[in-house]
Design a binder for this molecule. Structure first.
Ligand SMILES: [Ca+2]
Ligand SMILES: [Ca+2]
Length: 283
């Protein structure tokens, strides 16, 4: 009887231990999911360190609060508390081909927005954020690496659109910035927007993403149209998942007009390219 009681107590103890382990694992998992230091090492300062524990202090815009990194040998540790302060861009941009003038709406698609800073060496990408533009062309993008006191150019990249730069440099005052590429041609650097009705769209047609709309892009669309290709493809300029004459026509029009990237420091690239094309066609 006493032996059975002892076994029962041992089982209860073991059950409690297992339960505690489960709870601990869940808590650790939940804590880890709060903030990961991985990829955000710049700007963190180490307050103290021991073989299995590191304490990190707050680092202004990137991170607030403090946390500890376990497993000292692992470079990508986890914070147990705190949160990132991420600057927020509220962006409106319309994609030519995806935009329907009758409905004044566009087919939603993902884009990449980057922040470019200037230096004596040229431009560098400070941070990039991938997100979705909805049917109104609106999307929210976050930049944990942005510095609120520095002004950046904004650039948009999309699977088959011309990379488009903002007309000027901007900063995230109070962590927020709103920008609208669609209400004026002057929003884009060099006025590099296509007017559609009363709105302005990001030029389409750069299928191979080399910064120009030209014969190479046309050939890629032509091949997919010839093969009746369907689906989420680079060559689908209208976003309807079909590759056909409409896509070809949009690309042809922009290739004819020598549409290409316009960005600071490239003033003479377009005229030079145009001259080269004319020269080659005469030969
Ligand atoms: Ca191209
Ligand atoms: Ca299409």
């Amino acid at each position: 009887m006493r032996k059975q009681l002892l076994i029962s107590k041992i089982n209860t103890f073991l059950f409690a231990v297992i339960l505690l382990q489960v709870i601990f694992t869940i808590q650790v998992t939940a804590q880890n999911s709060i903030v990961s230091r991985s990829g955000f090492t710049a700007g963190f300062s180490e307050a103290s360190s021991s073989p299995n524990r590191k304490v990190w202090t707050s680092v202004g815009e990137l991170f607030t609060g403090s946390g500890q990194e376990t497993n000292a040998g692992i470079s990508a540790g986890f914070f147990t508390s705190g949160s990132f302060l991420s600057d927020e861009l509220r962006l409106t941009a319309l994609l030519e081909g995806f935009y329907n003038i009758q409905r004044n709406a566009m087919i939603s698609d993902s884009i990449m927005v980057s922040l470019k800073s200037m230096s004596a060496m040229g431009f560098s990408t400070v941070d990039s954020s991938k997100g979705i533009l909805d049917s109104t062309g609106f999307g929210i993008f976050h930049f944990p690496r942005a510095n609120q006191s520095i002004k950046y150019f904004l650039t948009i990249k999309h699977r088959n659109s011309i990379e488009t730069w903002s007309d000027s440099i901007f900063n995230f005052a109070g962590g927020k910035l709103s920008f609208n590429f669609s209400d004026s041609i002057s929003r884009a650097y060099g006025g590099n927007l296509k007017q559609v009705g009363s709105r302005f769209c990001i030029y389409t047609g750069d299928v191979n993403q080399d910064g120009f709309v030209d014969f190479t892009d046309l050939t890629m669309i032509d091949n997919d149209a010839y093969n009746f290709s369907t689906g989420y493809l680079q060559t689908d300029l209208t976003g309807d998942n079909f590759i056909d004459f409409t896509d070809l026509s949009l690309c042809d029009n922009n290739a004819y007009n020598f549409v290409g990237v316009r960005k600071p420091g490239q003033k003479f690239v377009e005229p030079l390219r145009r001259l080269l094309k004319e020269h080659n066609s005469i030969k």
